[in-house]
Design a binder for this molecule. Structure first.
Ligand SMILES: [Zn+2]
Ligand SMILES: [Zn+2]
Length: 494
């Protein structure tokens, strides 16, 4: 464990002697250090394979070191694991309980820290107040490990299946991230939308159905692919991808460590859209769910009724000499609408961003009706009565005005809110989304049989309270994922 971190503490140590820095919180520990902790732990564990508990590690990294274990708050598990661990690494322990010492505040802690630093080489403290830990770390001239405070428990987090960092959802056992929003070495990607599949990762793992759109959007990347339900071992974690029903190729990611199963939903919907691989519930202990539309007012129009509404709208417009301009996101929504409309009504024209995605999907074997890319010379004169599929950002622009008299519609879950439709200046709103509606979220969560739920993006506050009220161990985690983007460009939209 020693030698993992290179920086010397600021107080009183000769510079040449290399000490690790404190381990107080995973959010303040640099990413390379977290990686090293995990990979060293794994190596040390492997090296002990088959050895009896009292046998010392071959390399005895703590030989000659005295470690103080302070328990202001008692814990059998932490006490035994630290005590045995330190001894196996060749070190010695000094266990101090709350009764043995008066930690108090301010000067008392500073004093204890200074005194202990003279006698021991490392301090682990399990306490109540975060401030006690911080005071200890500030005044100790030896490294301090946080063994639990009322606010944080980083040693436990490192042993969790998944944990939430400022870079993304992290799996310590496998040393990988899921849908990270900052550059990391290894990223597992749920689907190709830009808030989930970002550039700058060392290497990527995604389903074969997601790979083409990622390559289209991110260019040259180190990308490995996997089929649905195919299990692979990454470090000490078993990982598999399962259909999320969100867009073609989209996946929930199942991570199993020592029999405990956590599932990251990414974005999902529970109703089949005729285009994406249908959502499959995955049994788990903990489920990390989006809740973009986590309010009871969100209820989607059933697919068959929606199809009728869109076709009727198009027929009526065509008969009245109007072009039908339909706004939809470039990946997923647009293609889903394409497969549902009746191409016999008239020509179907597409905006460039949508047509690019159509090409990617057709190349991977997805069947879509014929479409014509809108170019300079295409207008309502060349294609009367057309249905134009446009990205949200193209609605109401000069690009849209070439089609003469037109009816503009928008297809989004947000169309359930009247005010939003007015702001969008759409004549018509179709209430449809590639995210789960209220009922979809609830049925999906129930189907997982999970008792622990983490809500990522959307109406997290309301949803967390709702789930807690129903007996779930529910939490909110802050991420950088977007909901169904409304005022964003098609590249930002999810
Ligand atoms: Zn999203
Ligand atoms: Zn998405």
């Amino acid at each position: 464990m020693l030698g993992v971190w290179g920086r010397a503490p600021s107080l009183g140590q000769p510079k040449a002697k290399r000490y690790m820095t404190h381990f107080l919180d995973i959010h303040t520990t640099p990413q390379p250090d977290l990686h090293k902790i995990i990979s060293n732990a794994r190596m040390m564990k492997d090296a002990r394979n088959g050895m009896s508990k009292g046998t010392l590690d071959e390399d005895q990294p703590l030989a000659g070191q005295m470690v103080a274990l302070i328990f202001e708050k008692p814990s059998t598990r932490t006490r035994v694991s630290f005590d045995v661990g330190v001894r196996q690494m060749g070190g010695q322990t000094l266990v101090l309980s709350g009764a043995d010492m008066q930690l108090g505040h301010g000067e008392t802690i500073a004093d204890t820290a200074r005194v202990l630093s003279r006698y021991v080489d490392l301090i682990m403290i399990r306490t109540f107040e975060e401030q006690t830990l911080l005071d200890m770390a500030e005044h100790a001239s030896v490294p301090v490990i946080n063994g639990l405070t009322n606010r944080t428990h980083p040693c436990q987090i490192m042993a969790d299946v998944l944990t939430f960092t400022d870079r993304g959802i992290y799996c310590p056992a496998g040393d990988f991230y899921i849908d990270p929003w900052k550059p990391v070495d290894r990223a597992l990607i749920t689907h190709g939308h830009s808030d989930h599949a970002r550039s700058g990762m060392g290497r990527y793992l995604a389903t074969t159905g997601t790979a083409p759109v990622m390559q289209h959007r991110l260019g040259e990347i180190a990308l490995e692919t996997v089929e649905y339900a195919q299990t692979q071992k990454i470090g000490d974690a078993l990982v598999s991808f399962h259909p999320a029903g969100h867009v073609p190729g989209s996946a929930q990611i199942r991570v199993e460590v020592k029999g405990e199963v956590w599932v990251v939903s990414g974005d999902y919907k529970t109703v089949a859209d005729g285009l994406s691989e249908p959502f499959e519930p995955v049994k788990c202990h903990a489920f990390i769910t989006e809740c973009t539309f986590g309010l009871p007012i969100f209820k989607w129009t059933p697919q068959d009724i929606l199809t009728g509404q869109i076709n009727d709208w198009w027929v009526t417009n065509a008969a009245a000499g109007r072009t039908s301009i339909l706004g939809a996101y470039a990946l997923g929504k647009a293609q889903r609408l394409l497969t549902t409309v009746n191409p016999d009504i008239g020509p179907i024209l597409t905006h460039g961003a949508i047509e690019n995605t159509n090409v990617v999907l057709r190349n991977q074997g997805v069947t879509l009706p014929d479409t014509t890319l809108v170019t300079q010379d295409i207008t309502n004169k060349t294609h009367p009565g057309a249905l134009v599929l446009a990205t949200p950002s193209a609605l109401g622009t000069t690009w849209a005005r070439r089609f003469g008299p037109a009816s503009t519609a928008f297809a989004s879950g947000w169309m359930a809110l009247r005010g939003v439709r007015r702001r969008r200046a759409a004549d018509r709103g179709f209430v449809v989304s590639d995210h789960a509606d209220w009922e979809g979220l609830n049925s999906a969560i129930e189907a997982t049989q999970a008792t622990k739920i983490f809500a990522t993006h959307g109406y997290t506050d309301v949803f967390q309270r709702w789930l807690s009220g129903r007996g779930y161990d529910a939490h909110i985690v802050s991420t950088d994922y977007q909901g169904e983007g409304f005022d964003q460009t098609e590249e930002d939209a999810t």
